[in-house]
Design a protein around this ligand. Structure first.
Ligand SMILES: Cc1ncc(COP(=O)(O)O)c(C=O)c1O
Ligand SMILES: NCC(=O)CCC(=O)O
Length: 436
């Protein structure tokens, strides 16, 4: 391909001398796909433009938040007006209540919500609350699920931790790791056995609404209900981490889609509309324990930031309009079908999981239902596919174990462009396999 990446290469070489690995979040470094990252200059609608002038259809969407597309005119206009009113006060504003109302309306399981600055803060704070509320220490998380980088959650974690081969990070003290029990996802029997043994010490189960951090792996029918029953039986809380799935798979997240009512919910990504926001919320009886209403401490200098609240409010108002989720689903179904046909044509077995506008094609001929089956994927083939797609103007998440996200800004032409690129990219994979 004739694309030039010189300026990106220069900037990355410099960044590596200034920032660990040249990036401010590990997944951005393209490390597992055998090339250097491209540096982004700007974005608009469905597209990213890099510093060498290359254009891409963007399926990363800032790892989820950009569901209405980049530089959406309504979001931009509101943000510009907000900037002139001041960027931070460290004092309450009406904007915080407006975003809270939109969130609570979307998630009936939540009576109250607290805004924070990232998904990591949301899950970390929810765990503290669950432990404070129940007076218990242990938590259960699932293999391949990622909930941000708090110590107790970096155990058998997904996303970059998995991609970069450090699912359990050095630096997490053993006495913290000991309080995290991990279980295989979509396996109720093993979970029951864990509770039979340690149920009285377990404060909470934390689970991704739709796991997207080992690639997309939907919950089996009845699985979330089973988890709900088990937690009730043992007096543990069920925390659904909808940082990725919230306002993504449905306006009311995975809990609405699958009909399950958790005790606590974590949000992030989309509720910030591309600015840094996270949130956690749940039943009033539990949330009233959070400081200053209650004794469980949690705070933040920039929490409820007026710019972030503004971007979140406008984004959710756009998403609330009739037909948005049907439109996203239709686009994603069209794309998934086109990609599957392209793979088949090239004779490359791919297993596709999709929930609404998040999807992953795994380079495996086996059904992907959990972490172990996700790991049957041929990650070298994924790397080849990723590089071929990038060279053809399609920006995918740089790991087999991530989701692709669609946005409302994508047109049928964008999807057809992507499918045409994939037809060639799968042929490149097939040719490489034939050589091996
Ligand atoms: C399900 C889930 N939870 C939590 C997080 C952490 O969010 P953040 O990166 O904003 O800290 C992420 C993504 O990073 C996520 O996908
Ligand atoms: N699945 C990966 C993420 O959701 C977060 C991106 C990051 O860690 O930078």
């Amino acid at each position: 391909m004739s694309r030039i990446y010189d300026r990106s290469e220069q900037l990355f070489a410099e960044a590596k001398t200034l920032i660990p690995g040249g990036v401010n979040s590990p997944v951005r470094a393209f490390k597992s796909v055998g090339r250097n990252p491209v540096f982004i200059d700007r974005a608009e609608g469905a597209y990213l433009y890099d510093v060498d002038g290359n254009k891409y259809v963007d399926y990363v969407g800032s790892w989820g938040p950009m569901i209405v597309g980049h530089v959406h005119p309504e979001v931009s206009e509101a943000l510009k007006a907000a900037i002139d009113r001041g960027t931070s006060y460290g004092a309450p504003t009406e904007l915080e209540s407006r975003l809270a109302k939109l969130v609570l309306e979307a998630f009936p399981a939540m009576d109250m919500v607290r805004m924070v600055n990232s998904g990591t803060e949301a899950t970390m704070s929810a765990l503290r609350l669950a432990r404070g509320y129940t007076g218990r220490s242990k938590i259960v998380k699932f293999e391949g699920c990622y909930h941000g980088h708090a110590d107790s959650l970096l155990i058998k974690a997904g996303s970059g931790a998995l991609t970069l081969g450090v699912p359990t990070s050095p630096g997490v003290p053993a006495n913290i790791a000991n309080n995290t029990i991990t279980a295989p996802y979509n396996d109720l029997e093993t979970l029951k056995a864990i509770f039979a043994e340690a149920g009285d010490d377990i404060a909470a189960i934390i689970i991704e609404g739709v796991p997207g951090n080992m690639g997309v792996v939907p919950p089996a029918p009845g699985y979330l209900q089973g988890v709900r029953e088990l937690t009730r039986q043992y007096g543990a809380l069920m925390i659904v981490d909808e940082v990725m799935s919230g306002f993504r798979v449905d306006f009311g997240g995975a809990q609405t889609l699958y009909g399950v009512e958790p005790d606590l919910t974590c949000l992030g990504k989309i509720i910030g509309g591309g600015l840094p926001v996270g949130a956690y919320g749940g039943k009033a009886e539990i949330m009233e324990k959070v400081s200053p209403a209650g004794p469980i401490y949690q705070a933040g200098t920039l929490s409820g930031n007026p710019l972030a609240m503004t971007a979140g409010i406008i984004t959710l108002e756009i998403l609330k309009r009739p037909g948005t989720y049907a439109a996203l689903d239709e686009k994603a179904a069209y794309l998934a079908d086109g990609l599957a046909k392209a793979a088949e044509k090239a004779g490359v077995p791919v297993w596709t999981n999709r929930v609404g506008s998040m999807l992953t094609g795994f380079f495996t001929d086996k059904p992907v239902i959990d972490f172990a089956s996700a790991c049957t994927s041929d990650t070298a083939a994924f790397g080849t596919y990723f590089r071929a797609m990038l060279d053809r103007g399609v920006y995918l998440a740089c790991s087999q174990f991530e989701a692709a996200f669609l946005s409302l800004a994508m047109t049928k032409e964008d999807l057809d462009f992507t499918i045409a690129a994939a037809e060639e990219a799968f042929q490149v994979v097939a040719a490489e396999r034939a050589k091996a």
